[in-house]
Design a protein around this ligand. Structure first.
Ligand code: GLN
Length: 266
């Protein structure tokens, strides 16, 4: 099962400080994950990182719409250029993932998270770690609620891309992002019981995540930032596991205040 990570904070950090440098970074989780409770051994079917762009004058809220997305259908460890880029790029908010494609689903760049899209006036980055049971048949009724154009322009023929289209449609319709995530998870579980649905959503200002039959942890940083990840990036006791069946919403603290993190049952 894939591994994913999101971060949001008041001050810029390098991509490398989260994705490649920690002792159990997303890079290490791509070839040596420790909690693949959904099966699979490595996350070698591609990877992606999306981040909110800081300009030379510093970060401002007008930058939220400016994102960059780097995705490949190769293992992260084979991409020396990305590993180099990650040391130079700084951001206050990112979503990244390494992929272990579910059997029967395509291996392609477009199937790699994060998925990116506009909805409700913001630019979102989305990742799904898990599997929708009985896909695609189990999701036929939910898919039928989408406009035909959304289905024709699905990022990839995968369960994750369909979940993203459903989520985007609800945010576009004006739903609060946390309610939209909870609603998609509840509806997908009703349509496809036993699904593994760790969803991760960011808009540069907040992170919304679910833990449904998969590992998830978070930690606060001294600058008021917060990172949410499938597996802790190191053995620091500051990492807190998110209980199964929960929704997490995290926003950075201001002026070095601790971040605001809520964890509640779905
Ligand atoms: N089912 C999704 C895919 O194939 C996610 C896979 C995973 O979490 N391992 O892309």
């Amino acid at each position: 099962m894939c591994r994913h990570l999101a971060h949001v904070g008041p001050t810029p950090v390098t991509l490398a400080s989260l994705l490649t440098e920690p002792s159990h970074s997303l890079l290490v989780q791509s070839y040596a994950p420790v909690d693949m409770r959904g099966g699979g051994t490595v996350n070698a079917d591609g990877f992606g990182a999306g981040w909110y762009v800081c300009d030379l004058l510093g970060y401002s809220t007008e930058d939220h719409a400016r994102t960059a997305l780097y995705r490949r259908d190769d293992p992260m460890w084979t991409d020396a250029s990305f590993l180099d880029l990650a040391r130079a790029v700084e951001t206050t908010a990112l979503v990244a993932a390494v992929r272990s494609a579910t059997v029967g689903m395509p291996v392609s760049t477009a199937a790699c998270a994060p998925f990116r899209g506009e909805a409700g006036g913001s630019t979102w980055l989305f990742s799904h770690n898990g599997v929708v049971r009985g896909w695609p048949h189990s999701m036929a009724d939910l898919a039928a609620t989408l406009p035909a154009l959304d289905l024709l322009t699905l990022d990839a023929a995968t369960d994750s891309a369909l979940l993203w289209a459903l989520l985007r449609a609800r945010i576009t319709a004006g739903k609060d992002p946390a309610d939209a995530v909870a609603g998609v998870v509840t509806d997908a579980l009703a349509a496809a019981p036993g699904s593994r649905l760790n969803l991760l959503l960011g808009d540069g200002e907040q992170v919304v995540a679910t833990a449904v039959d998969h590992a998830l942890s978070y930690r606060a940083w001294p600058d008021g930032g917060v990172t949410v990840a499938s597996e802790p990036l190191d053995d620091d006791p500051a990492w807190t596991p998110v209980p199964d069946g929960c929704l997490l919403v995290a926003r950075p603290g201001e002026g070095h205040d601790p971040p605001h993190v809520t964890v509640a049952a779905l």
